[in-house]
Design a binder for this molecule. Structure first.
Ligand code: MN
Length: 297
């Protein structure tokens, strides 16, 4: 019997980091993951004049991939493998943390004075959790022109266009554009679960308006879906095969046990495993305290 497809809308949390407003749409209390996606931060848009609005000091990651996707502006990435990458809108910085890496992200000295983007994490499946760390920069990604819009395939495949980005489990990530008064119909894989997040504009899913600052989870068992826009709009689509059970997350780490997360914290504090980001001028981040209530869960 066919299950009726769902539409669950989850409120995101909003915070400020200096000049930048951040909307965290994943994880939420009721929705921890969408396929392998386990973290979604939307920051900006912001216009700035003198200060550099993004200055994230060196910090570690484990068990995940970081997906940095810009809608406007520039970011420079430096990591403990010695990789440096300047990223513009429409380009992808993809860091596979695996067993451990550290990185820093900053607004470069020469910049447009604008910043708007997304920071997402993809959990690595069990068999790739401890893979060697890697960094990849993709200067361009496949685009599919539609009569009333466009699709950029960031991760995975859509309309026969496969993103070159490295992935470790069945996944989709795409930026969808819909022109004012336009409509797009997108094919989906039935065994993937999916969610939508509005980046800008006014969009309806079927007859449902998709509110901003919410994660709209649309579940599995869909062959396609339709979006309509009353003004020029952009929407992020994320999805993939659901994990059998949600991963554990603490600070910047993804794992399966509390012990491995505590060990990762200890290794960062003791300057082991993750390496140093020598290109960054300034102190690195200190790990927060790990509460004993977390350890005893
Ligand atoms: Mn990071």
């Amino acid at each position: 019997m066919r299950r009726r497809p769902t539409l669950e809308s989850h409120s995101a949390r909003t915070t400020e980091l200096g000049d930048i407003s951040i909307v965290r749409a994943l994880p939420t209390r009721a929705r921890r993951m969408v396929g392998p996606w386990c973290f979604l931060d939307r920051y900006g848009p912001v216009n700035f004049t003198s200060e550099k609005p993004m200055d994230v000091a060196p910090h570690p990651h484990m068990g995940l991939q970081t997906v940095a996707w810009l809608l406007d502006g520039e970011i420079v990435h430096n990591d403990s493998l010695g990789c440096e990458a300047l990223m513009h809108a429409g380009q992808l910085n993809l860091m596979t943390a695996g067993k451990g890496i550290a990185h820093a992200e900053e607004t470069p000295k020469r910049n447009s004075g604008r910043l708007s983007g997304l920071q997402l994490w993809v959990a690595l499946p069990d068999e790739h959790q401890r893979t060697d760390p890697l960094f990849d920069h993709y200067a361009s990604l496949p685009e599919v022109e539609l009569p009333e819009g466009k699709v950029i395939v960031v991760l995975g495949e859509m309309f026969g266009q496969r993103s070159p980005a490295r992935s470790f489990s069945p996944i989709i990530g795409a930026e969808l554009s819909i022109r004012k008064a336009g409509k797009i119909t997108l094919p989906l894989k039935r065994d993937f679960e999916h969610a939508l997040f509005v980046l800008d504009g006014e969009v309806t899913f079927g007859d449902e308006p998709l509110r901003h600052e919410m994660l709209h989870y649309i579940g599995e068992d869909r062959d396609e879906f339709e979006l309509r826009a009353s003004e020029d709009s952009r929407v992020l689509l994320i999805g993939g095969e659901a994990f059998e059970r949600p991963v554990l997350m603490w600070w910047n780490f993804v794992g399966r046990t509390h012990e491995e997360l505590a060990q990762a914290r200890e290794d960062w504090e003791q300057h082991r495993r993750f390496g140093e980001v020598s290109a960054y001028r300034g102190p690195r981040m200190t790990a927060p305290e790990m509460l004993s209530t977390f350890l005893s869960r």
